[in-house]
Structures are given as structure tokens and as C-alpha cells.
Design a protein around this ligand. Structure first.
Ligand code: CO8
Length: 374
């Protein structure tokens, strides 16, 4: 069995960003129009008036202040409230591929590797642009990587599950180095007319180079000590978009459940203890006291969730450097979130430092990866 290291990470951040103030102004313009258009029906009690969104609520309930997006204008247009991302010809690289390549180039550069060193590409994310060919094979072609590529989806936990898949292939000698990318256009499957969730997500892509420890040369190496995964079925976060929608009739196709839907409170209550328990058990299995971990790069869905998870783990509040926050400016970028935190908050840590990268989300799915700086 070969030892595996993460030797480089990369990040693609879209150029445009939407503040809570801008998002709420657009949402409330939509609400005013809806309530005016339906005034009579609302007065008769046939239609429920929509309530306004609020900047103060969003920040208090989630910790999110802004989010990066691929297309700001389409989202903020109260007549549209959907990003405008024109279809590309089959001869052009797709947008998920483009984001992946941008993140991958930084990861390769930090790892001191070129495309020729990579044996396989895994694209792991919440929503894929198409059924086939795999986005991973497109990324492979765009970067000139030999070997193989495949796509996988474990919602917000796609990155940690992808890390375990890459580790497995490297450990048994099927690959020397693997590029894992997590391109997330969450705004493409978010219902911006839903007050409960319109503020939650943003767009980004991350990349991770995993390779055999004895071949790694970069200054940014982290031993993958162990990974632990858990899934537990729940209907509390769903997206029923799929290839059978057109077979189910028009009524089904127009159901909002073809976009992201959740029971946010239930998710909060159920997932936090599961995550704290899994990370605690994972560290114990590896004879590592919780107090030895210098940093937790947690999934970035909700600030209050992360504070609670750390409190359960440590028995006290986290110092800011122990559980870095990026969701204030990125919002929830699904599988990219914990990797963005890792990418931005790792270089200050001395050799020997211990950290845990953890994801959690739909499924439910939870991943924990224990890392030590080399
Ligand atoms: N403005 C003002 N008021 C609001 C708003 C708003 N925008 N939204 C809701 N309210 C109101 C509610 O109507 C409610 O009013 P009332 O008490 O009268 O009924 C009140 O505020 C409180 O609402 P909630 O109880 O819902 O508020 P919470 O404090 O629970 O906060 C959160 C809501 C932020 C959603 C919180 O529950 C949360 O973060 N939960 C966990 C979410 C989470 O982590 N989900 C994971 C999903 S991501 C994933 O796994 C993969 C998805 C793949 C990507 C999908 C991309 C689109």
C-alpha cells in the first residue's frame, strides 16, 4: 500500500458577487409585483401573500454576507431570477470544464506537477451539466491528461468522497497522481423565488492533486492519515431533477422540487450531532485526541452549524483560526466549500500540524479526512 499526500489545491472564484442587500432588493421587488398581481385572490384568501426577505435575517440565520456567482444580472432581474448561462456548442469546452480547468491549473502549479504526471481525473460535484460524456473526460482532454476520468456526485460531500476514491486508487497502485475537481454552479439549481433558501448558495470550483507520497515534491504537502465516510438516507434535502422528469408529465416538470428544496431546521438539528460524532469517532480510531487537531476545515453551509459542531467536539467555542469561515463571502458552494477553506487556510500551519477536512449535506452524507502537514 502506498501512502498518499495532497500536494496542491486550486480555486476558481467567479468575477461577480452579489451582496445580501442586492439579493434582498431583487427578491422584495418580485414579492411586491407578485402581491400586486394577485391582490384580489389574496384578499379572497385564495392565494397566500408572499413575505419579504431580510438582510438581517439572512446574516443572523446563516452568517452569509455575499456570494460569488457566474451571472449576477440574470439572478437579480426580478422578471427572471435565474442565471443566464448560454448553451455552448459541442465544439467548445463546457462551463463546468472551464471552471475546473482554472482551479486545476493552480492546483497543478502548487503541486509542482504537469498534466503528464496525472493518471486520472475525478469530477465530484452536486449537479452535472449533462449525462454524458463525463465532464471529467472533457477536463482530461482540455488539460491533455492521459489515463481515465469519471464523474461522481455525493452532493455537498462530493469532495471528501472523491478524496477517498482517489486515495484508494493511489494506495493500491492503480494511479500515481489524481486530479480531483469540484465545480459547483449552485445558482443554476437554486430557486431564487423561495424566501427560505434564495440566499444560501454561490458558485465556485476547487481542485486537489493527490499523489503517491514518495513522488511528491511540493512545499504544500499534507499526508492523508485516514478518511471516513457515512451516508444515511433522508428526504430533508432533495433535488428531484432528472432524466425521467419529461416522462412524468407537465405537472411534475413544473414542481419546484426539480430545484434544491430542504427542511433547513431539521437538517440543522439532525446533521450537526452526526458530524461531531463521526469526526470524534474517526479521530479516536486513529488514536488522535480531539485537542491535537489545530484546524477544522468544515463544510461551509451555515456559520451556526459550524460553531455548534466545534462546540460539541471541543466542549468550548472555536477560536477563529481553528475553524476558518469562508461562507461569509462565498455562501454555500456545496462540495467546494470545505476545500476552499483548506486552500485559503493551510500555508500558515507548520510541519506536523494536524487538521480535519469535513463535509456534510444531502443524502445525508458526511465525510471526514484527517491530514497532517509534511
Ligand atoms: N427573510 C426573512 N425571514 C425569513 C427568510 C428570509 N429570507 N427565510 C425564512 N424566514 C422566516 C421563516 O419563514 C420563519 O418564519 P416563521 O417563524 O414565522 O415560520 C423564520 O424566518 C425562521 O425560519 P427558519 O426556521 O427556516 O430559520 P432558521 O433559523 O432555521 O435558518 C437556514 C434557516 C439558514 C436554512 C438554516 O435552517 C440552515 O442553514 N439549515 C441547514 C442548511 C443546510 O446545511 N443545508 C444543506 C444543504 S446543501 C447540500 O447538502 C447539498 C445541496 C446541493 C447543492 C444545491 C445547490 C442549489
Amino acid at each position: 500500500m502506498h501512502n498518499v499526500v495532497i500536494s496542491g489545491t486550486g480555486l476558481y472564484t467567479p468575477a461577480q458577487s452579489i451582496s445580501n442587500e442586492e439579493l434582498v432588493a431583487s427578491f422584495n421587488a418580485y414579492v411586491a409585483q407578485f402581491n400586486a398581481d394577485n391582490a384580489d385572490a389574496i384578499a379572497r384568501g385564495e392565494v397566500e401573500a408572499l413575505g419579504e426577505s431580510s438582510v438581517a435575517f439572512i446574516e443572523k440565520a446563516s452568517g452569509i454576507k455575499s456570494r460569488f456567482v457566474i451571472d449576477k444580472a440574470g439572478i437579480l432581474d426580478p422578471q427572471r431570477m435565474v442565471p443566464s448561462i448560454p448553451e455552448r456548442s459541442n465544439e467548445e469546452w463546457g462551463i463546468l470544464c472551464e471552471m475546473s480547468v482554472a482551479a486545476a491549473k493552480e492546483a497543478l502549479q502548487r503541486a509542482g506537477k504537469t498534466a503528464a504526471d496525472i493518471d486520472g481525473v475525478i469530477v465530484a460535484c452536486s449537479n452535472l451539466q449533462r449525462a454524458y460524456p463525463a465532464v471529467a473526460i472533457e477536463v482530461q482532454a482540455a488539460l491533455g491528461i492521459q489515463g481515465w476520468g469519471y464523474d461522481m456526485n455525493v452532493a455537498c460531500s462530493s469532495a471528501t468522497f472523491g478524496i477517498q476514491a482517489a486515495c484508494n486508487a493511489i494506495q493500491v497502485g492503480q494511479a500515481k497522481a489524481i486530479l480531483l475537481v469540484d465545480p459547483e454552479i449552485c445558482t443554476g439549481h437554486l430557486n431564487f423565488r423561495d424566501r427560505d433558501s434564495h440566499f444560501i448558495f454561490g458558485d465556485a470550483a476547487t481542485a486537489v492533486i493527490l499523489e503517491r507520497a514518495d513522488l511528491a515534491t511540493s512545499e504544500h504537502q499534507w499526508d492523508v492519515i485516514s478518511s471516513k465516510l457515512l451516508t444515511h438516507f433522508s428526504n430533508n434535502i432533495r433535488n428531484n431533477f432528472g432524466f425521467l422528469n419529461r416522462a412524468a408529465g407537465e405537472e411534475s416538470a413544473s414542481n419546484p422540487d426539480k430545484l434544491f428544496v430542504q427542511e433547513g431546521r431539521k437538517v440543522f438539528k439532525e446533521v450537526c450531532p452526526m458530524v461531531a460524532e463521526l469526526i470524534g469517532a474517526h479521530l479516536a480510531e486513529n488514536d488522535l485526541p480531539v485537542g491535537d487537531v489545530q484546524r477544522y476545515w468544515l463544510h461551509q453551509a451555515n456559520l451556526n452549524m459550524n460553531l455548534l459542531i466545534i462546540r460539541r467536539l471541543l466542549g468550548r467555542d472555536a477560536e477563529p483560526h481553528e475553524a476558518p469561515v469562508i461562507l461569509d463571502t462565498y455562501a454555500n458552494t456545496s462540495s467546494a466549500g470545505s476545500v476552499i477553506a483548506f486552500h485559503k487556510y493551510q500555508d500558515d500551519m507548520p510541519k506536523g500540524s494536524l487538521g480535519v477536512l469535513s463535509s456534510f449535506g444531502a443524502g445525508y452524507s458526511i465525510g471526514s479526512v484527517i491530514l497532517r502537514r509534511r
